[in-house]
Design a protein. Structure first.
Length: 138
């Protein structure tokens, strides 16, 4: 079970010089799984005012953002172990990130339910990933 709560305020909009600040949010997430409870609290700022995004809309946007974040960055960070990649100089890190994103996108387009398992299949059968980009296989 998961519970999310959000607190939103526009009181800080005119405080300080943060450009375009309209609202601040506090999101609390309580997750109950396998007899354990975990509580997380996070904060955010937005340029969306109360008329554009009420608390329910902000919570929906929050979930969509983290859904996208988890679908791409989680796979890159955990499944592809990106943080341990020795490529660190010049344009190479951005190129490698682009290639990782390409691989994830191709596998998702193929409706692969498990990216880790699909990557193992790619390693075992090099012709499979080549077929995804239309390369002739001999």
């Amino acid at each position: 079970m998961e519970l999310r709560r959000i607190w939103v305020s526009g009181e800080l909009a005119d405080y300080g010089n943060w450009p375009h600040l309209a609202q601040v949010c506090r999101v609390e997430r309580i997750v109950h799984r396998k007899g354990r409870t975990r509580r997380e609290v996070a904060y955010a700022v937005t340029s969306l005012g109360p008329r554009e995004a009420d608390p329910a809309r902000l919570l929906e946007l929050w979930r969509v953002h983290w859904g996208i974040e988890n679908r791409v960055f989680w796979v890159r960070d955990v499944t592809m172990d990106e943080d341990r990649c020795p490529v660190r100089t010049g344009s190479a890190p951005q190129i490698m990130a682009g290639l990782r994103n390409l691989v994830i996108s191709l596998l998702r387009m193929e409706k692969e339910p498990n990216i880790a398992a699909a990557l193992r299949r790619c390693a075992a059968r090099p012709s499979y990933p080549l077929s995804l980009v239309g390369a002739p296989i001999q």
